[in-house]
Design a protein around this ligand. Structure first.
Ligand code: UDP
Ligand code: MG
Length: 321
């Protein structure tokens, strides 16, 4: 039996982009079907992430145009990671493999052929990895590189230059469903599931239309979330740092005492201020990092749902019948 593939595509305010990229996805799906790699029951599934423009209306229209298009919508905007998760969890019982991809045409759709081949040869997870980032600005490339480096130093297993373009089998998704955290960083979580995995390489293109929803602020938030949801090393580093500061202060106290006896106590104003400023700065940073973890614990213990699906094109079609 040929595997059923669901291509899962998160969309947030993409009314300019969807009408252009929809054919890319459908043509690729049909190509794979005609090459007899996947079953005809395969689908292109759009996940509307509570868009404020007409994205959901466009998706509903597409679902009427071609049965290979389906869509679900979240009750409100919850962010890219949660939208992908909603799509994957919705798809996992209906298909054998999923491929998640952004809807803006930046990730090369042709890499899907190789992804499916890798799956047919036994891989359960296939990571799409950007081989070149020429189309990104120098700033985005530099920050992204720094980000992956920091993640690896912190002990999180993340495939370098892999974003959220990946093939995952439903077998892996069934295990993944047991990862209950609310703070999502999918590219760091999938390696934790295990199973046989490989990477395929592709070149990243320009966004076809519209604008990136990841300005610097959101990128930093994702980076911070990535590090603190996957690693407790920053907390350990605080402890080590605390010891170093304590040691330096101790030496300083000894020096001050010696100075007192030698008779040069009036000098030292500058160094006193310097030490006070330094130590309070360190303390504030440490408190910030601790606060970040406590905030995460707070979010996790609430066990709030990570996505809420309010409508499905499949149900709407049923109603029309
Ligand atoms: N996206 C989403 N919810 C959000 C923000 C973005 O579902 O709150 C989707 C968006 O429609 C796109 C993908 O996530 O398909 C990646 O977003 P974008 O292209 O803006 O990010 P970039 O490629 O610049 O990192
Ligand atoms: Mg993009």
């Amino acid at each position: 039996m040929k595997p059923i593939l669901y291509i899962v595509i998160p969309c947030y305010n993409e009314e300019e982009v969807l009408p252009i990229t929809k054919d890319l996805f459908l043509n690729k799906l049909k190509e794979l079907i005609s090459k007899e790699k996947i079953s005809d029951s395969s689908r292109v599934m759009f996940v509307n992430d509570g868009s404020k423009d007409s994205t959901w209306e466009i998706i509903k229209k597409l679902a009427l145009e071609d049965e290979h298009f389906i869509g679900i919508t979240q009750s409100r905007n919850r962010g890219h990671q949660n939208a992908v998760l909603a799509g994957l969890m919705e798809a996992k019982d209906k298909c054998d493999i999923t491929i998640s991809i952004d809807c803006d045409g930046q990730d090369d759709i042709n890499a899907m052929n190789e992804m499916v081949d890798e799956y047919l040869e036994g891989s359960e997870i296939v990571y799409g990895v950007r081989s070149k980032r020429d189309t990104d600005t120098f700033f985005k490339r530099a920050t992204a590189e720094g980000f992956y480096k920091v993640l690896n130093i912190m002990g999180a297993e993340v495939v370098f230059n892999h974003a959220d373009y990946r093939l995952v089998s439903s077998r892996v998704l069934n295990e993944f469903a047991n990862f209950k955290e609310v703070n999502l960083f999918l590219r760091g979580m999938f390696p934790l599931v295990g199973f046989k995995s490989t990477s395929v390489y592709y070149e990243r293109n320009e966004r076809i239309a519209g604008e990136s929803h990841y300005p610097l602020k959101k990128m930093l938030a994702l980076a911070f979330d990535g590090i603190t949801s996957l690693s407790i090393k920053p907390i350990r580093m605080i402890t080590s740092f605390g010891f170093i500061v304590a040691l330096v202060s101790f030496i300083f106290i000894i020096v001050s005492i010696i100075q007192k006896f030698v008779g040069t106590t009036v000098t030292g104003w500058t160094s006193t201020i310097a030490v006070i400023c330094f130590v309070s700065g360190v303390q504030l940073i440490c408190m910030g990092v601790l606060g970040e973890y406590i905030g995460k614990i707070y979010m996790e213990v609430k066990h709030r749902p990570r996505y809420i699906i309010s409508e499905r094109t499949e149900d709407l079609k049923e109603k029309d019948k």
